[in-house]
Structures are given as C-alpha cells and as structure tokens.
Design a protein around this ligand. Structure first.
Ligand code: NAP
Length: 254
C-alpha cells in the first residue's frame, strides 16, 4: 500500500524513453508508481531504478488500446497502492509516411495507441479520481500537432489529444481533476533514433539538424518533459487546467 499521503501515479509507455524518465521523476517526488508498457517484463529496468532508489513501483503489462487490458491494469494498481491519483498518457508509436504511401493499418495503429489509448486509460482512472475528488491527467501531444510532413496520422492524433484534453478539463474540473497536455519538440529517444534511421541519417546527425533550427540550439532530453510533468501533476499547478504546454526549446515559434 502507498502511505496515507502518498500519491499513486500511472505512466503508460514507461519501459523506456520519456515515459521511463517521467516515472522515475514522479517516484523521486514521492509517488508510488504503476509502470505500464506492452510487456510487463520490459518495465523491469524502470521499476528497478525506482525501487533501488527507495521508491515504490509495480510493473503492469497492457496494450493501452485494449479496453479490458488497460482497465485491468488500472484496477490492479488501485488495489496494490489504494488509489490512482495521477495518469500520464505517454504510450506512443509512429508509422510515418507520405499520404499516398500511408496504409490504412499505419493510420489505425497510430489512432488506436495515442487517441483510443488515452481515452481508455483516462476513462479507467477517472472513476477512482472522481470518488476521491482529486486527480491529475497529463497527455502527450507534440509540436507535430501543428503539421509535419510524413506524419498525417501522428499529427492528427496529437492535435486530437489537445481537444480531448480541453474537453476533459471542462468535464472533470468540478471533481478536482486537472487535465493538461505537454507538447514536446524533438526529444532524443529511441523514437527519434528510429526516425533518423528511416530518413537515412545517424541519430547524431538528425539531432544536430534539429538543434540548428531550435531557438535554444539544442534538442530536448526526456528529463525536460519529466520536469514539466512533475509540475503539472503537483499541487503547485492546481489552477492550471485545459492547457497545452509546448516544451520544445522554442521550435513552435520558428
Ligand atoms: P519511445 O521511446 O518509442 O517509447 C514509447 C513507449 O510506448 C515504448 O516503451 C513502447 O513500447 C510503448 N508503447 C507503444 N505502444 C504501446 C501500447 N499500445 N500500449 C502500451 N505501451 C505502448 O517514445 P518516446 O520518444 O519516449 O515518446 C513518448 C511519447 O512522447 C509518445 O506519445 C510520443 O508520441 C511523444 N512525443 C515524443 C517526441 C520525441 O521527440 N521523442 C516528441 C513529441 C511527442 P514498445 O517498446 O514495446 O513498443
């Protein structure tokens, strides 16, 4: 069980990348963590990092686009630690291609993981949050929401998550639940490394190129996003809801 004052957080897609950094940060700020990813076994390194630093965490295997699996994972977390107070909708995939080459499967996969996944996870946690009149939901949007060549599917879901966020903020605000989104720019993870390989450059070359068109002249790190989510899920941001916070080194402005 979590201690009486301890918050319980669920981070999806937390085996690696941004999700792993967010899970570690929320744990170091005192939360008990549900570390969720497609395969329970892949969550081990994030769980170990948290528990070896003295925190509490359990691994949860679920596909966020599967209603039964995500509901079972949320219920298991609530049973283990007593509640679910924080949800970070982070799980994500890319299936980039120009429109004429993008398959129906590319479209459906991206819509299912990002949009349906955020819907199902938010629906599963809200019952615990409404009951306790407390909750924080943060979803991962992207600068790609503003349009990005080769990402018709991804930019559509990242823009969709912004509308989803504003609507949940209206519906859940009266129950003490804050709902916000973070829209990262280029963050160095396996996802951006895969993009580099797909376009035929090294990850370092792609990062250098991204940094050169970013006003602060660097790419982001997973911790840049974790810092922002730590604030948005803390009680210091309780008057902030329905917002999309761009964490992109100024990239949106260029
Ligand atoms: P990442 O390194 O590829 O990690 C994504 C994680 O999500 C992986 O562990 C993956 O598991 C998991 N996942 C995928 N499908 C899932 C599903 N159906 N159910 C549960 N987990 C699933 O990506 P990242 O760069 O950290 O990105 C995290 C989030 O930030 C994503 O929503 C992404 O769109 C967003 N974002 C990233 C950037 C960036 O520059 N990196 C920029 C803007 C927004 P597997 O390993 O098993 O596939």
């Amino acid at each position: 069980m979590a201690t009486p004052e301890q918050r319980v957080a669920l981070v999806t897609g937390a085996a690696r990348g941004i999700g792993a950094a967010v899970a570690r940060r929320l744990a170091s700020d005192g939360a008990a963590l549900g570390v969720l990813d497609l395969e329970e076994s892949t969550c081990a390194s994030t769980v170990d990092a948290i528990t070896s630093a003295g925190g509490k965490a359990i691994a949860l295997g679920a596909d966020v686009s599967n209603g039964e699996q995500i509901t079972a994972a949320v219920d298991r977390l609530a049973k283990e630690f007593g509640s679910v107070d924080i949800l970070v909708n982070n799980a994500g995939v890319t299936r980039d291609n120009l429109l004429f080459k993008m398959t129906e499967q590319d479209w459906d996969t991206v819509v299912a993981v990002h949009l349906k996944g955020a819907f199902l996870a938010s629906k599963a946690v809200q019952k615990y949050m409404v009951e306790r009149k407390y909750g924080k939901i943060v979803s991962m949007s992207s600068v790609s929401a503003l349009g990005n060549r080769g990402q018709a599917n991804y930019s559509a879901v990242k823009a969709g998550l912004q509308g989803f966020t504003r609507t949940l903020a209206i519906e859940l605000g009266p129950f003490g639940i804050n709902v916000n989104a973070v829209a990262p720019g280029f963050i160095a993870t396996d996802m951006t490394d895969d993009t580099a390989r797909r376009v035929g450059v090294t990850p370092e070359e792609l990062q250098k190129q991204a940094a050169s068109i970013t006003p602060v002249r660097r790419v982001g790190q997973p911790e840049d996003i974790a810092n922002t989510i730590a604030f948005l899920t803390s009680d210091e941001s309780s008057f902030i809801t329905g917002q999309i916070i761009y964490v992109d080194g100024g990239r949106k402005l260029t």
